[in-house]
Design a protein around this ligand. Structure first.
Ligand SMILES: Nc1nc2c(ncn2[C@@H]2O[C@H](COP(=O)(O)OP(=O)(O)OP(=O)(O)O)[C@@H](O)[C@H]2O)c(=O)[nH]1
Length: 402
């Protein structure tokens, strides 16, 4: 009786959260983050437990075959959902259909050749194996593809390793004691159902938390980046610099302000779309030319920024020269035009500065140098005077610059 109540509650949890996952996945539209798969997984497992309740105990029937197949199809679907969440393009229907066919056939063969105990043991053994693979994948993910979800993946691995262990114990007990073990009110089954009910209560809010985290991460990424080039915007640069200087003992930085020469002429001659292609090209050059760890941004129409971290007066000018030469040398292919375009940039270099608050001052200093570079003929590098010679921005406090 108690066993049936536990299984009934488990069904209710699974099916309710299946509906919730489905509603969330509908809301997420294009980027469902595996929520539709989790809804399907919960539905399959919920239905499997409904069948178990209806059956009452071990039996050889179509219902039992379907029950076993659904019980294993659910973790496969969850696994595929986790892959989706992590950004791998996992398909659902084909692997699921292939599994349903293969496992239903295997059940018939095992039942006829080895008997019912072997069929139930196969279910527990396969479940233990599947959850073991999922636990190992989660642990592997902690060190590799899901490093940013370190705590979440470790917690997930802990939870599912519990089901793995319980199924492994059930497998052994089935082989030793036969189908008696599966009696709904046996103490082992009670522990099993209580653990499953706890999981069915804990895991869905946990998954929803993961989606929420991903969405808020995406939002802050969007707020910090320029949508056209995916470089940092002014806000993103400021935050990244703050973070950099919050680390102890970091060397001062330099700011390079790049402006595409005669960009209005490019727009006017080739059109706005060609202008956008040129901007994306300059962004790519910037991204690929700076050192790993340096910051790159777009702060206005055709104005770009590189913040050179951990360098010196000679190194920063070398970087500026590399950037200038790379932009000048590379041809830009624009759709609708046979001949590739060429463009140049003028670069203003700020004096070095040592805290995140100095960004505005550094921009101002680099801008003055840039203006001088434009006046001197463009396609060149101009290094700023010391900050002391630059008129302070309205409202800017004294910054610890060097
Ligand atoms: N295609 C495109 N054009 C933009 C974008 N943002 C600003 N612009 C254009 O960039 C041009 C900037 O022109 P100016 O400020 O006169 O500078 P310039 O022509 O590059 O001249 P110099 O900087 O003096 O060499 C303007 O025509 C803007 O309309 C953008 O996102 N895409």
């Amino acid at each position: 009786m108690v066993g049936s109540v536990l299984v009934g509650m488990l069904c209710a949890h699974l099916l309710c959260f299946a509906v919730m996952f489905l509603l969330i996945s509908k809301r997420l539209q294009g980027k469902k983050m595996g929520m539709d798969f989790f809804a399907m997984g919960n539905l399959l497992l919920g239905l499997a437990y409904v069948l178990q309740l209806v059956e009452g105990g071990p039996a050889w029937s179509m219902m039992s075959v379907v029950n076993h197949t659904l019980t294993l199809a659910a973790p496969i679907t969850y696994g595929l959902g986790v892959m989706r969440f992590l950004g791998f393009p996992a398909p659902l229907w084909r692997p699921l259909a292939a599994f349903v066919l293969a496992y239903s056939t295997a059940q018939a063969l095992i039942q006829w050749s080895l008997g019912p105990v072997a069929r139930y043991a196969m279910l527990s053994g396969m479940s233990a194996l599947l959850f073991l693979v999922m636990t190992l994948a989660a642990l592997y993910g902690v060190r590799t593809f899901a490093k940013h979800l370190y705590r979440e993946m470790a917690f997930f691995a802990l939870l599912i390793s519990g089901i793995c262990i319980l199924n492994a114990i059930k497998f052994i007990r089935l082989l030793q004691g036969g189908l008696e073990v599966l009696h709904m009110d046996s103490s082992f089954q009670m522990v099993f159902y209580i653990y499953m009910s706890s999981l069915a209560t804990v895991v869905p809010p946990f998954m929803i938390w993961l989606v929420f985290r991903r969405l808020t991460d995406d939002l802050s990424q969007m707020a910090a980046r320029d949508p056209m080039t995916q470089l940092l915007n002014r806000r993103g640069l400021s935050e990244a610099l703050e973070q950099h200087f919050n680390l102890h003992n970091v060397a001062p930085a330099y700011l390079l302000l790049l402006d595409v020469d005669h960009f209005k002429r490019i727009n006017d001659t080739y059109g706005h779309q060609a202008g956008d292609t040129v901007l994306r090209h300059v962004a790519d050059v910037l991204r690929t030319t700076v050192r790993r760890g340096d910051l790159t941004g777009r702060i206005g129409g055709e104005e770009f920024v590189a913040v050179c971290l951990d360098s010196d007066d000679v190194g920063v000018v070398q970087l500026a020269e590399r950037l200038r030469a790379a932009v000048e040398e590379q041809a830009i292919h624009v759709s609708g035009h046979d001949k590739p375009l060429h463009c140049t940039v003028t670069i203003g270099v700020s004096p070095r500065f040592a805290n995140g608050h100095a960004l505005e001052k550094a921009l101002r200093a680099a801008d003055v140098a840039l203006y001088q570079g434009k006046a001197a003929g463009r396609n060149r590098i101009e290094k700023a005077h010391a900050f002391a010679h630059i008129a302070p921005l309205p409202g800017a406090g004294a910054s610890a610059t060097t």
